[in-house]
Design a protein around this ligand. Structure first.
Ligand code: ZN
Length: 301
């Protein structure tokens, strides 16, 4: 086949090999992890498997020192990646790492904020703008409004109260709020997510770009009683930021329903491709969940 291509190229005077090679080049991704109030040893491996198994990405992992250890030596080189996936909720990064991260973002780098990464760094203003919404770690009205869907629009509510909570883990239905974004093309209006936390009462600068999916946090399950934004982009300069609050990690890779959910995996893959390249080339798969039926990819592919 290759010999055939080369002979065609030579005969035509055109060379198709560079573009063929380009199509096959994978997106370089850095996953940052190593401290979290969650099971990061499971979550970062699940994310790595999902991305690598798609054939679109090639991943490296930056594992921080453990909590309380010296963070001075931890400073991954963001600039050699197209996409950074944050699975980190822990001690402050050193000044060099913070600066390198902000340079990466401000130069248009791709970012995925995954689950409890939006709990991290409550006092770092720029980071909270990169997340748009965050929770816990003392967040309250000083950190920005609540944001939720009400009467057909995104409401920002500056009333007093805690930032970040969730009810009991359960299956729940997500509802789309904007289908114009490349990540959303072809995805259903509603779909049922596997058992997971449903983050609610999150607050922050609330600079949400495109609000993709919300879910209702039922009071009888300990939720806020609001239609909560769970998957969205963040409006922050020329950066492409995809924030997904789903995916509370289980005990093992085999017992990890929220991340084994096909809906979670497909949204992560589409959001990651868009954040890295500005486009989504993936087709919506036939096994995507419906509004009645949860769907699993237990092997992360
Ligand atoms: Zn969680």
């Amino acid at each position: 086949m290759l010999a055939w291509l080369i002979s065609i190229c030579m005969a035509s005077g055109l060379c198709c090999l560079p573009s063929q090679a380009k199509q096959k080049s994978k997106v370089k991704v850095l996953i940052v992890t190593g401290q979290n109030n969650h099971n990061w040893k499971v979550s970062h491996l699940a994310i790595q498997k999902i991305l690598d198994n798609s054939g679109l990405f090639v991943t490296d992992v930056a594992v921080s020192p453990s909590k309380g250890e010296d963070m001075d030596s931890f400073s991954p080189d963001f600039s050699s990646y197209k996409l950074v996936v944050l699975d980190y909720n822990g001690d402050s990064w050193n000044g060099k790492m913070q600066k390198n991260f902000l340079d990466f973002v401000q130069e248009g780098g791709g970012i995925v904020i995954y689950h409890a990464a939006d709990n991290s760094f409550p006092l770092w203003r720029a980071y909270n703008e990169i997340c748009a919404l965050g929770g816990w770690e003392g967040r309250n009205e000083k950190d920005g409004p609540y944001a939720y869907w009400k009467d057909g629009r995104l409401v920002k509510d500056s009333s007093d109260g805690i930032g970040g909570s969730h009810g009991e883990q359960r299956e729940y239905v997500l509802t789309s709020r904007d289908h114009s974004h490349p990540v959303m093309k072809g995805l259903p209006h509603t779909w049922k997510h596997a058992k997971d936390e449903l983050y609610d009462r999150m607050r922050g600068p609330a600079n949400i770009g495109t609000l993709m999916y919300t879910a209702f946090a039922e009071p009888e399950k300990g939720g806020s009683g609001r239609e909560e934004p769970l998957i969205f982009t963040v409006d922050y300069g020329k950066a492409r930021i995809f924030h997904i609050m789903l995916g509370h990690a289980g005990d093992t890779l085999e017992d990890n329903p929220s991340m084994q959910c096909t809906g979670f995996q497909v949204l992560l893959l589409r959001g990651a491709e868009w954040a890295a390249t500005g486009k989504v080339t993936q087709k919506v798969p036939a096994d995507f969940p419906t509004d009645k039926e949860v769907s699993y990819r237990k092997a992360y592919k």
